[in-house]
Design a protein around this ligand. Sequence first.
Ligand code: FAD
Length: 391
Amino acid sequence: KDTCGNKGIVEECCCDYESVNDINGAVLHPLLQELVKTPFFRYYKVKLWCDCLFWPDDGMCRMRDCSVCECPENEFPESFKKPSLHTLPNDDPVCQEGKPEATVDRTLDARSFRGWVEVDNPWTHDDETDNGEMTYVNLQLNTERHTGYTGPSARRIWDAIYSENCPKYAYGETCPEKKVLFKLISGLHSSISSHIAADYLLDETNNKWGPNLKLMRDRVLKHRDRVENLYFTFLFVLRAVTKAAAYLDQAEYDSGNHMEDLRAQLLIRQLVHNSKLQDACALPFNEAELWQGQGGPVLRQQIQNQFRNISALMDCVGCEKCRLWGKLQVLGLGTSLQILFSVDDQGNPDPHLQLQRNEVIALVNLLNRLSESLIYVTKMRDQIAINPLAK
Ligand code: FAD
């Protein structure tokens, strides 16, 4: 007898991919692009330094395009600042890296968490309530793109993720829960590769950036399963966002800039209540049917531990900017897991669901990254005339 339950996830994504592309292109992508620019969603607090649990420091990445530009405090939204803080004259949101203005006061003002709980996400390794070591980053100034981070250090992370923490399930595997983790990580990996391919340093001497079609073809488009997993991950996160609609609708989006905060609230409402989202795809899986079998609780704990290990591995990423986006996106996935796997057996969301401000920022930014990746995949697929999803 199957102890983990054999329903709950479709073998292959049952979506009409073109419908997903249409809705993403026409509705979601423009909406998300606006949302992530609002002050509430563009500042992210994160512990950036390496503290790798698994192997000794293999040398931090010193490459130019790897470093993260932290926010000088004069750039923070008002309500993030300590009340007594004097602002610096320059309020241009430009990278102040290396300049004295970039010195960051790492103590965060409790007021910025007004209306938001301080809870630790059980799916991630980082202690999200411990913010003394964290710093603010303006995500708009630190785009996810090609950094040159490659070779054994990067390979070791992906190897550790796939070989120890989310092995590709064998053909014929019937346990849906075991497939979810692999699909999510593989989808995220495809998304990271798509961003590298879309914004690649083509000519170092002349600092020329642009799309790298060959990289997109070799790492993503040639592999049907990687593209399918990207869609799966996108739909998974989207489903989490819509499932948490009631919570997200009522949350407090306070950055101190009243007009911008109202806009963020409005955009969030449009995002979570857009009925077209529900119709985009037959369910990629049905979370209410997962973990129901005899071995459900044990399996859930096992998968949660694996995901926590993956999250801890982000501290071993040797390139600061890759680590920033790795941590943010893994927290976004952990938040999606938290939302979707807190449902009751009727599929109703947990009425006591509580999310942290940082989790919501990660969730929305992750969804935006995935939505961008669908755009890149579709565009480059047409440019090189290769469509792995064509029937
Ligand atoms: P990799 O992408 O390293 O892949 C390693 C192996 O994993 C492949 O050989 C293949 O067997 C398997 N694989 C690849 N894709 C998938 C998939 N979708 N599903 C399942 N299996 C797959 N580099 C940047 O330039 N910018 C970044 O922002 C960036 N962020 C990163 C974030 C993290 C968390 C990590 C670990 C790395 C990041 N990197 C980034 C490095 C980048 O992901 C690659 O590791 C690097 O470019 C070397 O690529 P590669 O060709 O060796 O293949």
